[in-house]
Each structure stands twice: as C-alpha cells, then as structure tokens.
Design a protein around this ligand. Structure first.
Ligand SMILES: Cc1ncc(COP(=O)(O)O)c(C=O)c1O
Length: 442
C-alpha cells in the first residue's frame, strides 16, 4: 500500500502539460502515461516537489549531478560568467573559459591526451571521436581502416553514429535502417577471456580494416550496469596497439570520479587514444562535452601548406559555450579543493555493505559495485532486460518513501552524488532494503 498523501499528490498532477513529449516514456494523447513528479527545486542530494516533499536523488539526475544540486561554487561561477558573456561562437574568435578549460582538462586527464574538442552532449562527443578516428586514418595513408569494434551491452548515445555503436535494441530497433554495422565483441562483463579472444581474432582477421574500438571502461551503464576489471583494459590496450587500432574510451558516465578514481582508465594506468567526457563535466548544470585526443592523432590534422585540406570540418553551434566552460572549470577546482575523491571511501563502503546484505534476499539475483555505482539485479518478472517491470515496481514504492531511482528493467541501481552525506546515503539504502524485503514477502 502506498501512503494516502503520496497517492493524493499523484492525483494532483492534472495541471501537467499535454504538449510536452517526454524521453524514453510511454505517452498518451493527454500527456505522460504515468503521472510525473513535479520538481520545483533541488538542493544537495535532494529534489523538492511542488507539494514540499523531499526526494533523495539516487541517480544524480541521470548521472550528471556528481557534486550535488545547486553547489554554491558552481552556481556562483555560472552567475559570474552570465554577467560577463553567455555565448559567442568559437569561430574566428575565442574566449578565456574555453582556453583555460582545455588546458585544465589536459592537466587532469590520462597522460597522452593533449588536445581538446568541445561539443554539447555525450552523443556528440562520441560522434566527434568517430569522425576524428576515420579522418585520422585517411590522412595517415590507411584509408581502408573504416570499421569500428564495439561491445555487446554497450550504450554510447542516441544519435545515428552513437546508436550504431550501441547494443540497445530496446532503444534503437526502429532506426536500424539508418544505422551502420560494427564488429560486435562479447562484453567482458560476460567473460573477460572470451571477450579478449574475440578481439584478438577480429584483429588478426581484419585488423587492417579496423579504425577503432569504442568502449565504456569498467562499467557499461545503460546496458545494465555491467562491470569488468581493469586488467581487461590493460590487455585490450596492448592488443589494439599491436594492430594500429585506436582506443576510444567513453568516460561520459564513468569519468569524474564515478569509479573511485578520476578516470576509469586510471585503474588500469593506461591511456586511450581518444576519450569522451560529459555528464559530471559541468556537475550537471549545463549540457557540455569534450573529446580529447592524443598528440599523435592530432598531428594528422595539422595544416602543412601542401594544398591538402586536413581540417576537421565538424562543429556544433554551442561548442565551448562560455557558461558551461566556466562551470566545468569550477568543477575541476571543487574536486581539488573539497578533496572529493579522498572522501569516497566511507561512501563506497556503505554501498558495498548494503549490496552484500541485499544479496541475501531471495528476490535478488546478483549485486555489483564499482566505485560509487552499485547495482542490484532483481529476479525478473518475465525476462532479464530493460523491458522487465520488476525494477519499476520497486522504484514506485521507493518514490512513496522519498527516494527517486530509475531502474534499467530488472536492474535497480544507485548513482548518488559523490559527496552525498553518509546519513542520506544510509537512508536511501535502508529504504531500498525495506522495500525489497516487503516485495519478497508479498
Ligand atoms: C556511456 C555513455 N555514453 C554516451 C551517452 C550519451 O550521452 P547523452 O545522453 O548526453 O547524449 C551516455 C548517456 O547516458 C552514456 O551513458
């Protein structure tokens, strides 16, 4: 049973717009099929609804709010920049926030990433990476290298190229006719040896036609919070290098401390050739992304006055938006000043202990955790996967208790702010345990 005041608040949503078309959501002619929660403000780890109820944001608002909502330093950086200049084109003109941010990113990212290209969301960062990889090989005399290797369970975004690299039929089945094929490697989450074997085999058979492999390092997010080891990354880097295949690391979800280190690749102490960042990049304030490349890759694009056009003819209107850049710079400073990574240990411990307890429940199939991501794979109602309803039922119950989660089918997961107070984290985990226990008995 849901509390009466919660049910009443759900019914009091008749004012919702009929014109708004929501992402990933079943719609009716009158708007969303399930009434949404109307949020009027956010504060730290909480979302505050129109009726004053507070909800713990257990997924950092789709994995972006790494430093909590309305972080005062980020808000101040945004306001100061807004007072000075909101947007100018990065075309024949430049500005300090973009210049400083590029330098700061090169400082904090893995060793060989020396060049920075800005865009405005995760999918575009992936598109940029693909374009750079293809053009790099054309301009280094290996135009036959055109194919990409990708992983099963992958998700890299919803634009045509990023969807083509993904393995999410639930999202992309209706656009298959405009997607292109990639060489699909079994995910290391299903067996690292088998995955490496498949990589080796593909490289031996057709390495001369493969431009790059694109991966989500350590955690495949939307594919069900699938996890694998840093050792796999180490071996993968060596394999790809030996066949002159670029590694594109999609750190859009796992970057900015999510795995316990600043970058997932840091766990393996290896550098990719190209890396994509977004989400935590602006602490969730503004849509912005960056694609970083090695100097070796960049050098293929350098003009040599020989009449050959090596320009990367690619860009987005809002690339390097000064507001986003100013906030992203402040995010880097906050990570340093507030020692965000050094404070993760007790939070990771809480998550781990809760996962181990929940593993004991009969309706829990598996649990996994990496850094500040924890996932509970529930016994599915029908079939494991995104379309199973069991996670939604748990999430609905949790909403009535003041916890906002969004499952991936039968996978319920937590992606809290990295600085979520321990008591709030504890409350969220205890309430989840309570609901799972209740569901087990019912
Ligand atoms: C690993 C990964 N790559 C790319 C994307 C796409 O980012 P966006 O939704 O900003 O286009 C996502 C989004 O969830 C993601 O998790």
């Amino acid at each position: 049973m849901l509390p009466l005041d919660f049910l009443a608040s759900l019914l009091d949503r008749s004012c919702m717009s009929k014109t708004l078309w929501y992402p990933y959501s079943a719609m009716t002619t009158h708007g969303l099929k399930s009434p949404p929660l109307e949020i009027v403000s956010a504060e730290g780890s909480h979302l505050i609804a129109k009726d004053g109820r507070r909800y713990i944001d257990g997924i950092g608002s789709w994995w972006v709010s790494s430093l909590g909502h309305q972080h005062p330093r980020l808000i101040q950086a945004l306001k100061s920049q807004a007072d000075q200049m909101c947007h100018v084109a990065l075309a024949g003109i430049t500005h300090e926030p973009a210049e400083q941010l590029a330098d700061a990113l090169v400082e904090i990212t893995p060793a060989n990433l020396d060049r920075v290209f800005f865009s405005d969301n995760g999918s575009t960062a992936i598109e940029v990476a693909a374009r750079i990889a293809l053009q790099y090989f054309v301009q280094t005399g290996q135009a036959n290298k055109k194919q990409f290797m990708t992983l099963s369970h992958a998700f890299h975004g919803d634009t045509v190229a990023s969807a083509s690299f993904s393995d999410m039929p639930e999202f992309h089945q209706h656009m298959q006719s405009i997607c292109f094929e990639s060489i699909r490697i079994p995910s290391p989450a299903d067996g690292e040896e088998a995955s490496l074997h498949a990589v080796r085999q593909s490289l031996e058979e057709r390495g001369q036609s493969i431009a790059a492999m694109i991966i989500e390092p350590l955690i495949q997010g939307a594919g069900g919070m699938q996890m694998y080891s840093a050792d796999y990354l180490k071996q993968l880097v060596n394999l790809l290098k030996s066949h002159d295949v670029l590694l594109i690391s999609d750190e859009i979800f796992v970057g900015y401390g999510r795995t316990g280190k600043m970058w997932a690749m840091d766990h393996a102490e290896v550098s990719p050739d190209i890396m994509c960042v977004s989400k935590g990049f602006t602490g969730g304030l503004l849509p912005m992304a960056a694609t970083l490349s090695s100097e070796v890759v960049f050098q293929a694009f350098v003009d040599r006055d020989d009449g050959y056009d090596r320009t990367l003819r690619y860009g987005h209107t809002f690339c390097a938006n000064p507001l986003g850049a100013a906030v992203a710079l402040e995010v880097i400073d906050v990570f340093r000043d507030e020692k965000v990574l050094a404070q993760l240990e007790p939070r990771m411990l809480l998550l781990e202990q809760a996962m181990q307890r929940m593993l004991m429940l009969s309706n829990v199939k598996k649990v996994r955790r990496c850094g500040m991501v924890a996932a509970i794979e529930l016994e599915p109602e029908k079939q494991s996967g995104y379309l199973d309803q069991v996670g939604w039922k748990v999430a609905h119950e949790l909403l009535s208790l003041g916890v906002y989660l969004r499952p991936l089918g039968n996978v319920l997961y937590f992606v809290p702010a990295l600085n979520m107070p321990l008591v709030v984290l504890q409350e969220m985990l205890e309430k989840t345990e309570l609901v799972l226990n209740k569901q087990r008995i019912n």
